[in-house]
Design a protein around this ligand. Structure first.
Ligand code: ADP
Length: 481
């Protein structure tokens, strides 16, 4: 069994399918043939038994059973019965047997042939019946008919005939059945292999194409047969959709690494030339201090950028966050309180209205990051004297956070790019402020991690903006995917 399953596992799918199909067909046909054969066999016996019974009915009038239980044959009328006087060695053989097993009469065709055993099966001695036996090396059938006197068995009329002609039919039938089964199995095996190979050909094509797609050729797609919208069509389109997602992810990562390298390269080169120029000759200690201070500021800026990059990449790869039920008002209000002095410094009014009693199942640091980034941007990109409003409310199972300012806003074209990594508007008002263009993409990544959405709206440049975050109120049982 172990060897068979090892051998079976080595076969191709089409071979395995065909063997399974052929095996099923073999079992079905064998069961069908078995019952057909048995039924035919039985009906042959039944029709021969009817023939023997007819013979007995013809013989019975010639046999007399006396009151004392003795049996006699009416010899005067014997010639009227064919079976009793038969000399034909393949005809019916008749014996009249007493209860003590002595034979009173036997038909002439029994003389001089191999003796037939005097066996009356136990169950048939009283009720009679038929049974098969082998006599003269041929299949024979015997009918036993009891002779009764006062309800006592005094003897039997035993008629025996050969069934070999009928059995020959059975042998022929058996051969035909075996031939039909063998041919059906062979054809189904061969046809099955050809058909399943043809049916599975598209899979081979898909495998072949998939093998040839290299990591730098992710724009290639697997062949799809649009005519046949079957399971293989689903498989190919699903794999193609997966390839598209992988391609997008791969391109995003590539773009991300190249942008990150680029963003770090510029400040590093300026730091390097600054240091080289300073070291070119002896300078006042004050000059060295100035250079070091500039370098320190630049390092702080780069550290913040690396920190943001790490946060984004952690969010995309790491899933072990400190998830817990967070009361939104309890967390957001103190945070806004901390940001208020920064807004005050710029003479901005920062106000908020956060509904109480609403919970989110979230890592508190993530919620802080969202609020911090949006409000910080509003502070950065709203001119002095402006106002910022933060609203938090719940609609159904969704918590909505909105940060609205009356600052510099943005136009339609910009709106599409705000959440791209490293995107910063070219506007002087924006460039003046410190930033890396990573805050919104980190915010978006966090929001999408919790299956939420983020949108930015602005009536136009100089007309303020609103950033709206929607987060579903997950319960503890729900898994974040
Ligand atoms: P950063 O603020 O560091 O530049 P962000 O990813 O937070 O990076 O923002 C990306 C860009 O989106 C900003 O440079 C700015 O052009 C635009 N932006 C963000 N917030 C606002 C806002 N409140 N009003 C107008 N423009 C904004």
């Amino acid at each position: 069994m172990g060897n068979f399953s090892r051998w079976f596992e080595k076969l191709t799918l089409s071979q395995r399918m065909s063997i399974g199909y052929a095996l099923g067909l073999f079992i079905t046909l064998s069961i069908f043939a078995f019952f057909l054969y048995e039924r035919f066999h039985q009906s042959i016996h039944n029709s021969y038994d009817r023939h023997l019974k007819f013979e007995v009915r013809q013989i019975r009038p010639h046999v007399q059973v006396e009151d004392d239980g003795s049996i006699s044959i009416d010899t005067t009328s014997l010639h009227q019965n064919d079976a009793l006087t038969s000399t034909d060695s393949v005809g019916t053989h008749v014996r009249i047997i007493r209860a003590d097993s002595s034979i009173i009469y036997k038909s002439p065709n029994l003389a001089g042939t191999a003796s037939m055993s005097l066996r009356i099966p136990d169950g048939m001695q009283r009720s009679g019946g038929t049974f098969s036996r082998n006599w003269r090396n041929l299949p024979a059938r015997t009918l036993v008919n009891p002779l009764l006197q006062d309800n006592h068995v005094v003897g039997w009329i035993e008629t025996t005939g050969f069934e070999w002609a009928l059995h020959r039919e059975l042998v022929v039938l058996r051969r035909y059945l075996v031939l039909i089964i063998v041919l059906s199995v062979v054809f189904s095996l061969g046809g099955g292999i050809i058909l399943s190979k043809k049916a599975l050909q598209p899979i081979s094509n898909i495998v072949h194409s998939a093998k040839s797609i290299r990591v730098d050729e992710l724009d290639q797609r697997l062949p799809v047969n649009k005519q046949a919208k079957d399971e293989l069509y689903d498989l190919a389109t699903t794999l193609n959709a997966m390839l598209k997602r992988i391609q997008r992810g791969y391109e995003r990562e590539r773009q991300f690494s190249s942008d990150a390298a680029h963003e770090l390269k510029t400040p590093l080169s300026s730091m390097r030339s600054d240091a080289e120029i300073t070291l070119r000759r002896e300078r006042e200690p004050e000059k060295y201090r100035e250079t070091l201070q500039r370098q320190l500021d630049e390092i702080k800026r780069m550290s913040r950028m690396v920190e943001l990059l790490l946060k984004i990449s952690r969010l995309e790869s790491d899933r072990s966050f400190n998830l817990q039920a967070v009361e939104v008002q309890e967390l957001v209000e103190p945070l806004l309180g901390d940001l208020k002095p920064i807004a005050d410094e710029k003479s901005l009014s920062l106000s908020w209205n956060i509904e109480g009693g609403k919970e989110l199942y979230i890592d508190p640091l993530h919620l802080e990051e969202i609020v911090h980034n949006l409000v910080n941007n509003a502070i950065k990109y709203t001119p002095e004297g402006g106002s910022i409003e933060v609203a938090g409310r719940c609609i159904g199972e969704t918590i909505i956070l909105e940060v609205t300012d009356d600052g510099i806003g943005f136009d339609q074209a910009e709106q599409q790019q705000l959440f791209d990594r490293f995107y910063r508007s070219d506007e002087a008002d924006i460039q003046r402020e410190e930033g890396h263009g990573l805050g919104l993409s980190l915010t978006k990544a966090i929001v999408e991690h919790y299956n939420g959405t983020i949108e930015a709206h602005s009536p136009g440049k100089g007309k303020g903006s609103t950033f709206r975050v929607e987060l579903p109120c997950h319960t503890h049982q729900q898994t974040l995917v």
